[in-house]
Design a protein around this ligand. Structure first.
Ligand code: NCD
Length: 316
């Protein structure tokens, strides 16, 4: 696949060769990310970081990645201080913001708004999360983490647990994992928060094994990866919020669960932020990969910026 000048809107736009290229480059970013080697390859580039809804990791990870490559960042930390409050439309805002930067990340409220931004913007747009739609860069760092932890993704069994209806990271990750032969899916969610049917159809169409289950207890015994997501209350209907509070305790894991009901070599992942679904007593275990995901996010975003800006051969 071609990267230079492209928008990154969905995990579905990647192919396996593109992922291999991205992950090989991400691996080489580590000394720069850890500040052992300095790099100025993006020193005449500006990254626009536009978040219309809350973020900690995605915004700061992207900005850190760009800064580590010697670039510059313009950002808006509080949309209440933006012209949106004066009634400026999303379309007008994006058109204006595009003239301030060379590449941008946009986090939006509604599914499809990142694609709308990409149509308006003359500069490459990265979808930093659009409502309950997709979050492709999170999926890239998740897949990279799985590869780093296991040496391969092919043939692994990946369980996704929690609010699979509204959790955009699992939508994107499931799509990416379809590029790896033999990956098996176990989806564990309350019956009213299932993985969306269009993703189940894509999995079926590609011939991957997939099990849906609404009870955690023994369902993830075979899983190599347990990918937890929090209940996305901000995107739930009032009825879903009431119902979810009743079933939440059934979708939590702790150290005892990991030690007694999982594979010895299991990896527990989470895009963060966590609520009560992931007990802190797991943190010291080698299985806990979620803070390594955060570190890997910087590497993957650095590699992605270099590829989108056509600088992948010029960073040394
Ligand atoms: C996720 C998101 O915003 O979708 N967080 C992140 O980007 N790391 C997950 C979440 O909010 O639950």
């Amino acid at each position: 696949m071609k990267f230079e000048g492209e928008d990154i809107l969905s995990a579905g736009q990647f192919d396996r060769a593109g992922l291999d290229q991205l992950f090989t480059l991400a691996h080489r970013m580590r000394p720069i990310a850890q500040h052992e080697v300095s790099c100025h390859v993006l020193n005449n580039h500006i990254f626009g970081s536009w978040f219309f809804t809350e973020s900690t990791r995605t915004r700061l990870s992207g900005e850190t990645a760009f800064l580590r490559l010697g670039g510059h960042v313009v950002t808006m930390t509080d949309m209440k201080m933006s012209s949106e409050v004066k009634g400026e439309s999303f379309a007008d805002s994006i058109q204006v913001l595009a003239s301030f930067c060379d590449i941008m990340v946009v986090r939006c409220r509604q599914v499809g708004e990142a694609a709308m931004a990409a149509q308006i913007s003359s500069k490459p747009v990265i979808n930093g999360g659009d409502g309950s739609g997709e979050h492709p860069t999170q999926a890239l760092l998740d897949a990279f983490t799985i590869q780093e932890e296991f040496g391969t993704i092919d043939g692994l069994t990946v369980a996704m647990v929690g609010d699979l209806k509204n959790g955009r990271t699992v939508h994107s990750l499931a799509r990416l994992l379809l590029l790896y032969p033999g990956v098996k899916f176990i989806f564990v969610a309350p019956s009213f928060l299932p993985m969306p049917p269009e993703i189940l159809q894509e999995i079926d169409g590609k011939g991957h094994s997939c099990v849906e289950i609404d009870s955690l207890r023994d369902s993830v015994k075979q899983a190599d990866v347990i990918y937890m997501v929090r209940p996305q209350s901000e995107r739930m209907t009032a009825q879903e919020q009431a119902d979810v509070s009743m079933v939440l305790p059934q979708f939590r894991i702790d150290r005892e669960f990991v030690e007694k009901r999982c594979q010895p070599n299991v990896r527990v992942m989470h895009p963060l932020p966590r609520n009560s679904e992931l007990n802190r007593d797991i943190d010291p275990l080698p299985a806990a990969a979620y803070f390594r995901q955060v570190d890997n996010g910087i590497l993957v975003r650095m590699a992605l910026f270099l590829l989108l800006l056509g600088k992948e051969n010029k960073f040394v």
